[in-house]
Design a protein around this ligand. Structure first.
Ligand code: TZP
Ligand code: MG
Length: 204
């Protein structure tokens, strides 16, 4: 069965362990189809610990757990996949280590990267960033909706759009035909993550 990328939650590392577990539990109840654990600042122990917490929460839900950046963490906790950036381990090496059964995603930040990625052994591409977002300020390019349409027409691989996506614009993003949308603040920052996820899903 092909993965369901439609509503892809990327976690906010500022959440405490308790808040992280709460958000993910609620978001899954609300219908998120994929969860990525994203930890940029903390140490490796913390990353692994939080990965184990989410593995427990997601067990039996059918929602895959993807680890951001780190193939070793994904292997250590037997997560369902890895999401790489352009400066992480090369996709070929990650695929070699992960085997064929794990999901592998790669962020692309330009048309050139999108085209280059078509021949890589990845399952999907993250299109970053669609809109400017305070959640990630070191981005170099905004695709916008027209850019997303162009990307979609050029890619054989499923695309997951990320950056500044919220209830107000998710409809126009999904209308481009992308396989999914990835969000941090629209769910992690919501008072009621379950309600937020449900409302977002309803617009997809
Ligand atoms: N990569 C590109 S934009 C982004 C990441 C991790 C953050 C998206 O966060 P938000 O809050 O959904 O705009
Ligand atoms: Mg990365």
């Amino acid at each position: 069965m092909s993965p369901d990328y439609r509503l892809y939650l990327v976690t906010d590392e500022r959440l405490s362990d308790e808040a992280l577990c709460y958000v993910v539990t609620q978001a899954v109840e609300g219908g998120v189809t994929m969860v990525q654990l994203r930890e940029k600042q903390g140490d490796l122990r913390r990353f692994i610990h939080r990965g184990q917490l989410l593995k427990t929460i997601l067990a039996g839900t059918g929602v895959p757990l993807i680890i951001n950046d780190r193939v070793d963490v994904a292997l250590a906790i037997n997560a369902d996949g890895v999401h790489l950036g352009q400066s992480d381990m090369p996709a070929e090496m990650a695929r070699e280590l992960l085997g064929e059964d794990k999901l592998l995603g790669l962020t692309v930040e330009s048309m050139a990267q999108l085209q280059e990625a078509q021949s890589l052994p990845v399952d999907y591409l993250g299109i970053s960033t669609v809109f400017a977002t305070p959640t990630k300020t070191d981005t170099c390019f905004e695709w916008g909706v027209p850019g997303l349409e162009l990307a979609q027409s050029c890619s054989q691989l499923p695309l997951v759009a990320i950056g500044g996506i919220e209830l107000a614009n998710i409809g126009q993003v999904c209308a481009t035909g992308v396989a999914g949308v990835a969000l941090v603040s629209a769910i992690c920052g919501a008072q009621k993550p379950r309600v937020a996820a449900r409302e977002l899903l309803a617009r997809i």
